[in-house]
Design a protein around this ligand. Sequence first.
Ligand SMILES: Nc1ncnc2c1ncn2[C@@H]1O[C@H](COP(=O)(O)OP(=O)(O)OP(=O)(O)O)[C@@H](O)[C@H]1O
Ligand SMILES: [Mg+2]
Length: 362
Amino acid sequence: MAFSFSSLTNLFSHEAKSVLGVDIGTSTIKVVQLRRDRGRVILETYGAIALGPYAGVEIGRATSLPAERLAEALKDVIHEANVTTNDAAVSIPYASSLISIIKLPNTVEKQLAQVVPIEARKYIPVPINEVLLDWFVISGGKGSGTQSDKLEVLLVAIHNDTIAKFRTIASDATLDVSFFEIEVFSAVRAALDHGLAPVAVVDMGAATTKFYVVERGLIHESHIINHGSQDLTLATSRALNITVAQAEERKRKIGLNPQVDPSLVQSLSLSLGPLLSEISRTAVAYEQRTNQTLSAMVMTGGGAALKGFKEFAQTKIQNEVRLADPFGKTQAPAFLESILKEAGPEFAVAVGLALRRLQEIG
Ligand SMILES: Nc1ncnc2c1ncn2[C@@H]1O[C@H](COP(=O)(O)OP(=O)(O)OP(=O)(O)O)[C@@H](O)[C@H]1O
Ligand SMILES: [Mg+2]
């Protein structure tokens, strides 16, 4: 067994460092504070704050707020959740990033640092010096186990202005940011265990739903669908002739429970059904194109916290539907177990960020 000095000091240290994952979504900011203790990951605190009230709209709706308002909300949730660390990692929205897969001859594997930025110009609609560029070889590379004369490279770009905005928000909230990560990677880290077979991770947010395919631990595809959980609320408000705030409250409290409220179930299903069918079509298209079966569809995001969601989704989707259980990767008091299972999907991105930060500080 290899033992490094730093792991020895951690083993005997009584003051293990706490870290904070910060997910600034369009409708809700989520924070999760973790600490490592003798190899275990301890959940110290977590919290969420709706952005609607900061933008003059209802809870649960997507917003588009300037940095100052987002910082204000972030400070509020940090305070409400009793966060005690400023060692943070922050997600960048998928919609603010550009992710594509490029194919290159495998002879350039050693020169990717020169080749990728040149090649990226074909895929990125703004000047290359305005973006932060990153890439990962997903197949065809040495040690990838796949035989091909082509390298498949996942290209990731984030506009400098986006990073600057998130930097401002974090520093206004007096956080020390160790890294920014596009939410795809954080969500996948928190939602999946190690596995080889392709799996879909679906993040159902307020205005949009994101669909990722992961194979051998790497992202192979990503799509955005322009429907999300706020559509269920808006449809319910119209169908039942109640305010948006009332519809949101009923959606969260009762959900898809026909014994309690059949008309609510009907209006929720009428907008959730087509969204799930679109997700299903995206999965089937992937399976047909690659001639592989997705072993499961793992659901994340607040939209997947809807009561009865999993059972209803399973009626529309052929692959096995599972709810993400990110807090399952952490230790928490036993009496919180069922609460954490229910809230879990919403916190996947924040947990994933904090887990990576913990790995970094070892
Ligand atoms: N318990 C619940 N039951 C049903 N819906 C819920 C529940 N909790 C949250 N939601 C819904 O989930 C949505 C918010 O999910 P989430 O916090 O994942 O979105 P977001 O991260 O802000 O959005 P995005 O990722 O698109 O930027 C809201 O529309 C809200 O109504
Ligand atoms: Mg989100």
